[in-house]
Design a binder for this molecule. Structure first.
Ligand code: IVH
Length: 695
């Protein structure tokens, strides 16, 4: 049996420090997966466990709280791609209550804070907590002017164009609304629309979403708003940001005003005379929850009087005048027929529970993830067991526990395969990893297929109309084996046009869609390779650092030597580190991958990474290199400067912004000095570029 993490009160200071470092890293990673990439890897419940553990350790060791502690952050910083919006008022989060006692204590705290008499009543507005994502809408003179995501609470992303596609969001407000008015609320997708969307995604071979909330987030964060327009999103308004006019005396009045001014307000919200009425509503809605058309994950209680809300203010990142009372995850009992093993793109073996289908929280469930071998052992899950499963906002449900009394006689513990069920290769477990992996690499058909699917997926090559299903079929029929084969498909035009369900027109459309992707940005290309631990954000970091594919490829070869400068430079990239470096180097040194990379780089045009303008300290500047450069060739220095948006010139003039002078610099450096220009050593120059990277 594996033991869980040590109890917090047993941790030594050193262990606590290590645990906090590891938690900060894990939480940041899951935040990015959830908020920026809409592809969470763990359930909300497991994420909450990480946060709670972090908070408990910080409480016991306040001197060890890290500068980058997850407790000080809400969500994640905005992803690149949208312009940033500084919120006029911060977008807050809510503290949580998990029991009736937590709720009565919340009201008692409010009473103490305000110094209220026993006789004074404290009205509460109870509202369903919509499981979507929050957005802030700004109206200027009654017209919708700017819409933003929450981001990290202080700065979000400008998603105005996307929000305009939502019919619940009025383009203009009734004339009574204040001249400047910011409303906050939740963007969500109904469960039925989510299923229909996944159905369409499946048919197109595109990525399916884990739950309605991720589907809403993914749909809203489309750079192309015409895609958002095809996704059925809704909006409930529930709070105010900046406002130039009055918004009533109570929250209840405010909700009525929102309704009058043109917004949708959740119809199940209720004004309660005290906490017991609020708790009654909680129970009522909890029971009815599966029949609501959208997911909710709790009830939010808000102190009704706005003057009291003002006095209560906020503490760290949440208002003192509101609390979210979470629902317990929806659970059900069913029979586990079998445990099957799925092999993923990186060879990870994931055990899956094959269940007798059952409805949980409005969703029919027939499979549940068992995560890994340790999890099966810890819960002692066996074929034939009756298990409790739960769905906590996620469509991928989990096995919570085995119902021991219902275990049939003679059942045997699950033995995890020692060889890959797909290719028979040995299965290994690396030091410090829970995951077991197939060592077959690309000889494993499952890994090869998953890698190809990843290659064409939405955030990678994203070939229109050519998704996972097509990849599978084409691969089975020998039309594609490696990624570059996709770009040679037009050589087999007749064969494709004659396939069942195809024809000349659809084959031509496919070739056009493939051709459109023959030019690809460096960050997408790196992501498409499917290197372990290199998701979108690491791909972007690498693209930004190396600038062009050739520089990246050379650096990866050189970095095989751990003593090399290339290696030091790689692990020094903020956010990369030794573990990701190991996976990258292994990928770039494997023979098969090298062949694929060479083939691809001949077939494709991989565009250099274009630095966002304000991100680069040298964008728009003119640079002259003179003398010998020691860290890189002149050619590379020039390419890098151009990638960062600079103009490189061969001669010095008044218009030159920087002269980078190496040893042996002669007349150009002299002229620069005469003109009073900024002259930098190669080192100073590189420092300046890397400062731009981290800003
Ligand atoms: S009030 C200062 N009301 O829950 C007020 N939030 O866990 C902050 N949410 O960030 C929010 N339904 O995205 C409020 N009726 C509701 C809500 C709600 C869903 C979300 C919101 C917030 C998160 C906090």
């Amino acid at each position: 049996m594996t033991s869980g993490p040590k109890a917090v009160d047993e941790l030594s200071e050193d262990e606590a420090r290590q645990a906090l470092a590891s938690l900060a890293e894990q939480i940041a990673r899951h935040d990015a997966l959830y908020h920026q990439q809409d592809t969470p890897e763990i359930s909300d419940a497991d994420y909450d466990v990480l946060r709670k553990q972090n908070a408990a350790i910080e409480e016991r060791f306040p001197n060890l709280v890290r500068d980058d502690s997850p407790s000080g952050r809400v969500g994640a910083a905005p992803a690149a791609g949208f312009s940033k919006v500084a919120h006029a008022r911060p977008m807050l989060s809510l503290s949580n209550a998990f029991s009736d006692d937590d709720v009565t204590e919340f009201v008692a705290r409010v009473r103490r804070f305000l110094g209220l008499e026993e006789t004074e009543t404290v009205e509460i507005v109870a509202e369903p907590k919509i499981d979507g994502l929050s957005a802030s809408l700004r109206y200027e003179n009654g017209v919708f002017a700017l819409g933003a995501t929450r981001g990290d609470g202080a700065t979000g992303e400008d998603i105005t164009a996307n929000l305009r596609t939502i019919t619940d969001i009025p383009e203009s407000l009734s004339p009574e609304a204040p001249a400047t008015f910011e409303v906050r609320g939740e963007v969500y997708m109904s469960r039925d629309d989510f299923f229909a969307l996944n159905e369409r995604q499946r048919a197109a071979g595109s990525k399916e979403f884990a739950n309605p909330r991720n589907a809403a987030a993914g749909s809203l964060r489309q750079l192309d708003a015409s895609i958002t327009a095809t996704r059925p999103l809704h909006f409930f308004a529930y709070s105010v940001g900046e406002s130039s006019g009055a918004t009533g005396k109570t929250h209840w009045e405010f909700l009525a005003l929102l309704d009058r001014w043109g917004f949708s307000v959740n119809p199940h919200s209720r004004l309660c005379a005290d906490s017991s009425e609020a708790l009654a509503l909680y129970r009522e809605i909890d029971t009815a929850r599966a029949s609501l058309p959208y997911d909710i994950d709790g009830i939010v209680y808000k102190i009704n009087r706005l003057d009291w809300q003002n006095r209560l203010g906020m503490v760290s990142r949440a208002p003192r005048w509101a609390i979210a009372h979470k629902f317990a995850a929806e659970q059900a009992e069913t029979l586990l027929h079998d445990i099957s093993i799925q092999v993923g793109r990186t060879g990870a073996l994931t055990p899956v529970a094959e269940l007798e289908p059952i409805t949980v929280g409005g969703v029919v469930v027939s499979r549940a993830t068992l995560h890994n071998a340790d999890e099966i052992e810890r819960k002692d899950v066996r074929s034939g067991d009756t298990v409790v499963i739960q769905r906590a906002g996620d469509v991928i449900p989990q096995v919570v526990r085995v119902v021991a009394e219902k275990r049939p006689a003679g059942s045997k513990p699950f033995s995890f395969p020692t060889h890959c069920p797909e290719c028979g290769s040995l299965v290994v477990q690396e030091d410090g990893e829970v995951v077991r992996r197939c060592t077959g690499g690309l000889i494993c058909p499952a890994q090869a297929l998953e890698r190809l699917k990843h290659f064409v997926s939405r955030n990678a090559f994203d070939i229109e109309g050519f998704g996972g299903k097509h990849i599978e079929a084409f691969r089975n029929d020998g039309l594609i084996e490696t990624p570059a084969d996709i770009f040679r498909l037009s050589d087999r035009a007749d064969e494709i046009a004659n396939r069942e369900g195809w024809g000349q027109q659809s084959a031509d459309n496919l070739f056009a869609a493939i051709e459109a992707r023959r030019t690809i940005s460096l960050d997408r290309f790196i992501y498409a390779l499917g290197v372990r631990q290199v998701g979108q954000s690491n791909a972007r970091l690498l693209a930004r650092h190396y600038g062009s594919y050739d520089i990246l490829a050379t650096a990866m070869t050189e970095a095989q030597d751990p003593e090399s400068e290339a290696y030091s430079a790689l692990i020094a990239i903020d956010g990369i580190g030794p573990s990701v470096a190991t996976d990258l180097i292994a990928f770039f040194s494997e023979d098969h991958n090298r062949t694929v990379l060479e083939d691809l780089s001949r077939t494709l045009e991989i565009e250099p990474f274009i630095q966002e303008e304000n991100d680069s300290p040298i964008a728009g500047r003119t640079v002259v290199f003179t003398g010998t450069l020691e860290k890189m060739t002149r050619g590379e220095a020039k390419a890098r400067a151009e990638t960062l948006g600079a103009k490189v010139s061969g001669s010095v003039s008044k218009k030159t912004d920087y002269v980078v002078a190496g040893p042996g610099a002669g007349s150009k450096a002299k002229k620069a000095a005469e003109l009073g220009l900024t002259i930098l050593s190669e080192e100073e120059w590189l420092d300046m570029l890397s400062e731009g990277n981290t800003s």
